[in-house]
Design a binder for this molecule. Structure first.
Ligand SMILES: Nc1ncnc2c1ncn2[C@@H]1O[C@H](COP(=O)(O)OP(=O)(O)OP(=O)(O)O)[C@@H](O)[C@H]1O
Length: 480
């Protein structure tokens, strides 16, 4: 059954965006259940409703999705949301449907009967659907493009939203070639505004996205916010290949449990019927085999953990994900390969651990950003070993070497950008003289250094950090 559509009635604009009074505060409260806008959300939404192309860059968990979802429900017609993440599409569709908004997705997991029903809705040119989430690959199909033509002729194509827009750029860390084809939208529908959102884009990536999509720079509104996540406590823990950092992690986790067991906190948790061990977290590992073995080891020690990687069956993945999202006993920690959790809006992730350093600065920031989306205090710990660093450098060099024959200048630059990102992350790990929040802000060229109220290892104990590095890392001459 189609969900009830509580959104205000659509108004056609005969091709012109009339300035009209829309009570976006009312919609925010009634449909999205939020009492106030976060800083800048109102400005972005107003600019979208005025018909501007928009580039929005803001920290993880800022609330970027609302900036295209709210205009979609108060405006006329349909908004097409292009996203590279299946989880994001499914997660957003579920929560918007629960709010009574007419929303749909076509992706590889959409059953064919539902896909047909959605395409039927589009074919008429006056779709009932307000937001349609699709992959960049689907945007290239002839049927979809034909449907879009019809909708556009009926003046019902409201706007295009591109989520995780850094994927468009060859210099972005998640580059997907099919994203390059998204220039189709401005070519075919120059009057339809585009809003792109991302948490991670350097100036160069930003320029590349704007050029690739063919956005009009003179009318483009760019909003770049700080990348700062003040509620995340960033920490680097040093190790070397001879250390098994498992004990170090379990000790830390048990100390967290112990703090929750202190009388006042315990009473509070009991009143909320929350388990003492319900400290939700993600451990990112680089290799699939580590997923299984680490999850198994944690379970052996009585800690609820599940693996999540591409080798699991769809049913296993679904079970592990749902159990984790619902804070079920036995599912507290997801041990996952990279990128797990992107697009999944689980608010109460209290910690993110990188079992090894990841491959890029942006990837690290995005993954650590899964923590504390409810704005409450959370922890991001990275275990750093110079041996891991060297293995990753080697892998990167091999990958670059494989594609070096006949490489274009642009690809050369992309390789250079990846090296820069990795080197910056190495430098972040090796630095023991600066605030972690400041280092992150500096990588993303934030105009201001964010305040840090003892929310990083350096601010908390600079001497201890320095001593740990000296003591625990393998000396440089051994790590060659
Ligand atoms: N004005 C608001 N008031 C309260 N909560 C909000 C508001 N806007 C968004 N949120 C909530 O903030 C959380 C994060 O929003 P969203 O998923 O859009 O993040 P994002 O900016 O896309 O982050 P990421 O890049 O990490 O995916 C969601 O739970 C959302 O409901």
């Amino acid at each position: 059954m189609a969900p009830m559509d509580h959104a205000p009635k659509r108004r056609k604009t005969n091709g012109h965006r009339k300035s009209r009074t829309i009570d976006i505060d009312f919609t925010l409260r009634r449909l999205f259940g939020k009492s106030t806008f976060r800083p800048l959300q109102r400005e972005v939404i107003s600019a979208a409703l005025e018909g501007h192309d928009i580039f929005l860059q803001a920290a993880t968990s800022f609330g970027k999705s609302l900036c295209y979802q709210l205009p979609a429900v108060v405006d006329y017609g349909i908004t097409i949301v292009v996203s590279p993440l299946l989880a994001l599409m499914n997660n957003q569709v579920t929560s918007l449907q629960a709010a009574g908004i007419s929303v749909a997705t076509i992706n590889s997991s959409t059953p064919s009967s539902i896909r047909q029903a959605i395409l039927e809705d589009l074919r008429c040119g006056h779709p009932h659907t307000r937001l349609l989430y699709v992959t960049p690959e689907f945007c290239m199909t002839t049927t979809f493009r034909k449907n879009l033509q019809t909708i556009h002729e009926q003046r019902e194509l409201s706007r295009i939203a591109v989520d995780e827009a850094h994927c468009i750029s060859e210099w972005g860390h998640d580059f997907r070639p099919s994203f390059k084809e998204l220039n189709y939208f401005k070519r075919e529908f120059p009057d339809v505004p585009i809003i792109c959102v991302t948490a991670t884009a350097t100036q160069r990536v930003r320029d590349d996205i704007i050029d690739t999509l063919g956005l009009n720079r003179s009318s483009l509104k760019t909003f770049t916010m700080t990348t700062s996540r003040p509620n995340i406590h960033y920490e680097v823990r040093f190790k070397n290949d001879t250390d098994d950092h498992y004990e170090n992690f379990v000790r830390w986790l048990r100390a967290v449990y112990a703090r929750r067991a202190l009388s006042e906190r315990r009473t509070e948790l009991e009143a909320q019927s929350t388990r003492l061990s319900n400290v939700s977290g993600i451990i990112y590992v680089l290799y699939r085999k580590d997923c299984e073995s680490l999850a198994g080891r944690l379970v052996g020690d009585g800690i609820g953990a599940k693996p999540y990687h591409a080798g699991l069956t769809a049913a296993e993945k679904e079970d592990h994900l749902q159990g984790w999202v619902a804070n079920q006993e036995g599912y507290d920690i997801m041990v996952a390969t990279t990128a797990f959790g992107m697009g999944i809006d689980k608010e109460d992730v209290r910690f993110v651990v990188h079992w090894q350093m990841p491959k890029s600065f942006e990837g690290y920031y995005q993954e650590a950003g899964r923590a504390g989306r409810d704005q409450k205090a959370s922890v991001a710990i990275m275990y750093y070993a110079r041996e891991d660093r060297d293995r990753i450098i080697l892998l990167q060099q091999r990958d670059a070497g494989k594609s070096s024959n006949g490489r274009s200048a642009a690809s050369e630059q992309a390789v250079a950008a990846r090296n820069l990102s990795l080197n910056s992350l190495i430098s972040y790990c090796e630095t023991t003289t600066k605030c972690r929040h400041a280092l992150i802000a500096s990588y993303f060229h934030d105009p201001e250094t964010p305040p840090c109220k003892y929310a990083c290892d350096w601010h908390k104990d600079p001497a201890g950090l320095f001593a740990a590095k000296e003591r625990d890392l393998c000396p440089e001459e051994w790590s060659e």
